[in-house]
Unconditional design. Structure first.
Ligand code: UN1
Length: 510
């Protein structure tokens, strides 16, 4: 879609996009939740929020919708998701730009996020004809044993600012083909992209024609609204993406009522550069992994272990890349690094850098870049040479900080690599198959994602996405992640004329 004239402000730019996508102006101009663009810090909207009782009523409606939707054959449900994919293709330019406005992503990353949504729709459409279980050999004659997968119920989605719409799509596309209804609580930092996404979905629902009312709904509100979603008895699964701190609260609350959780929490992702590494390739992968999205992906590369034999070759090249990377307004120009989401993120980054300095770290970059607006927080990505794997290196700071450590012994580097709370993504750069295979093996990387000769970030949707330990253990997106969105029934059918008991038990009554 062409943008006719250059809008006067970012707010006007966002309003024009929302208008084209069919969002009612009142939804983002007459409420009390203020939204901002990190690009300039300017306000972009004031959104209507829901009360706790309205949120409960929304969930009840979603439960009603679920009861009807589960009866629709799965391939037919897939047709709705196919239409969603079509609408997303048509809206890609607009939604991608809105992601840039609201999350500060550079254009290719804003568009890339929408592409992830399209990809997962395609995946889910195919999946809608593949929701199958096993037939299992039984020990009894004249019997058959099989498993059936049934829809689960209302699926709650809690998403974070850094992937404001793709994470919804990973969950919603699967949940819908699996026969569930969806209630979404987006980040308060990125509500406009949620309104836009929902308007796109509503267009697909309209074209589909037969979806029950309330099949997919949006809750704009604060943390208390998220709690309603987590605590409501009709919500059978909550997929929550965000900090480990958030997950520590959400997980036990869901467990208390035996609801399911898919938790996708913090990452403190590491990479190992071995003596045989292709350094040109490693350099590019490290640069994107550590500086891309201004260090605000949960898969961002945060710790780099470099073998002493290549340290002095790689470090100067990395320093050069850090010194020359373009930081700037993602809406115009060709910057590779956009803004941090807000001042809190900037403060957390500076605190981590101070701690690193106090422990003897040498910090290159990391300073604020003022681009004419004091409410926007741009930074030079920071490269930190650390003498030891300690202090802030052990924690995820959601900002572009890459800690670099020199190693001598592969086993020791691997042990340090695994010695953090989070366990999301990891990579090794090597041409030595022993090192590569070891990294992927049982006593290699302990993360949910382990890569060879590519970076930690930018996973495709076809694989299961998520991580271990304090990352929460959940898996979303591809592979068989769909199973978390359904319930499995094991069925044993007796077509014989007798009733043999399993394990040879006899229980003969007169
Ligand atoms: C996230 O940061 O929450 O692998 C998700 C990646 C993206 C998804 C990141 N496909 O970097």
């Amino acid at each position: 879609m062409n943008i006719a004239a250059k809008p006067a402000s970012i707010a006007a730019d966002a309003a024009a996009i929302l208008d084209r996508l069919g969002v009612d102006k009142a939804a983002y101009t007459t409420g009390d939740l203020k939204s901002f663009s990190p690009v300039t810090g300017e306000q972009t909207g004031s959104l209507k929020t829901v009360s706790a009782s309205e949120a409960s009523a929304t969930i009840e409606r979603a439960d009603e919708a679920f009861r009807a939707w589960r009866l629709v054959p799965a391939p037919k449900r897939g047709e709705l998701v196919r239409l969603l994919g079509e609408e997303l293709r048509a809206a890609k330019t607009d939604l991608g730009r809105l992601v840039s406005i609201e999350a500060g992503k550079i254009p290719s990353e804003g568009l890339g996020e929408v592409q992830e949504m399209i990809d997962i729709c395609d995946f889910a459409v195919g999946l809608s004809r593949q929701l199958y279980g096993l037939t299992i050999a039984t020990e009894r004659p004249g019997h058959r044993m099989m498993e059936t997968w049934h829809p689960l119920g209302v699926v709650g989605i809690i998403s974070a600012f850094n992937f404001p719409v793709a994470v919804w799509a990973w969950n919603a596309a699967l949940a819908l083909v699996c026969g569930n209804s969806v209630v979404w609580k987006p980040s308060e930092k990125t509500p406009l992209t949620a309104l836009a996404t929902h308007a796109i979905l509503e267009r697909a629902i309209k074209r589909f024609g037969e979806a029950p009312e309330g099949l997919s709904q949006l809750l704009i509100g604060d943390r208390a609204i998220g709690e309603v979603l987590v605590d409501h008895a009709k919500v059978r699964l909550v997929s929550a993406t965000g900090s480990t701190r958030m997950g520590r609260e959400v997980g036990p609350r869901l467990a208390r009522r035996f609801a399911r959780a898919i938790l996708e929490l913090g990452g403190n992702n590491g990479g190992i550069v071995c003596p045989s590494a292709d350094l040109d390739m490693a350099l590019r992968a490290i640069a994107f992994g550590a500086m891309g999205t201004a260090g605000q992906r949960c898969t961002t590369l945060r710790r780099l272990f470099v073998h002493e034999s290549v340290y002095d070759q790689l470090l100067p090249r990395l320093k050069k890349a850090y010194a020359s990377v373009s930081v700037g307004n993602p809406l115009d120009g060709n910057a590779l690094v956009g803004p941090l989401i807000d001042k809190l993120a900037f403060d957390a980054m500076q605190k981590a850098l101070d701690e690193a300095r106090a422990l003897g770290g040498t910090v290159h970059g990391g300073e604020r870049v003022i681009l004419g607006n004091h409410d926007a927080f741009y930074v030079k990505p920071a490269l930190v040479e650390m003498p030891a794997h300690s202090g802030p290196v052990l924690e995820e700071t959601f900002a572009p900080i890459l800690y670099v450590l020199k190693y001598t012994d592969f086993d020791a580097a691997l042990a340090d690599h695994n010695a953090v709370g989070a366990g999301l993504s990891s990579s090794i750069f090597t041409l030595d198959m022993r090192e590569a295979e070891r990294f992927l093996s049982v006593d290699g990387s302990d993360c949910g994602i382990a890569n060879v000769n590519i970076g930690t970030s930018g996973a495709e949707i076809g694989g299961a996405f998520g991580g271990e330990k304090e990352t929460g253990g959940g898996r979303e997106s591809g592979s068989d992640a769909w199973k978390a969105y359904m319930r499995r029934a094991t069925n044993t059918i007796n077509y014989s004329k007798s009733l043999p008991l399993a394990q040879g038990v006899s229980f003969d009554i007169e």
